[in-house]
Design a binder for this molecule. Sequence first.
Ligand code: ADP
Length: 152
Amino acid sequence: FTGKTGSQLLTEKIKQLKVKDHQSLPVVVKESSSVYDAICSMFLEDVGTLFVVDSHGKLVGILSRKDLLRASIGKQELESIPVSIIMTRAPNLTVCEKDDYIIEAASKLIEFQIDALPVVKSKDSAGFEVVGRLTKTNITKLLVEIANDEHE
Ligand code: ADP
């Protein structure tokens, strides 16, 4: 008997959760894609955040729903505007890695007031390769799993 209360055990369990066990697949678009194509990808892939990559697959930006809505206000030619003009650009991107703790990633979502983090792996040269996506939905699902004690 360790003398630990139920709530201490729960706290310990939560602090051990890792990004890699709760992440989703990333959805990426090329930096040369148009805003129009990005909107189509967002609907077809049913995600709220798109990651933008260059021709080498390196992460160069992020597009949220509101980024695309903002670009759609007015009578602009959405087919001729590349996403690189409206995306949030590197190095101003908040990222996580698969071995990070969920609680660190969740803290970043709160601190930066964003819905998703790309899960990245350092590329040989400078820059990141996108290997996953961690969203508020992943964390909400996890909360339900914990409550139902479905989590190891
Ligand atoms: P929305 O803009 O639809 O409310 P978010 O809250 O996720 O969605 O995004 C807010 C702003 O932050 C957007 O301009 C978006 O490009 C940017 N953003 C989203 N995720 C990240 C991230 N991981 N790192 C840096 N900026 C981000």
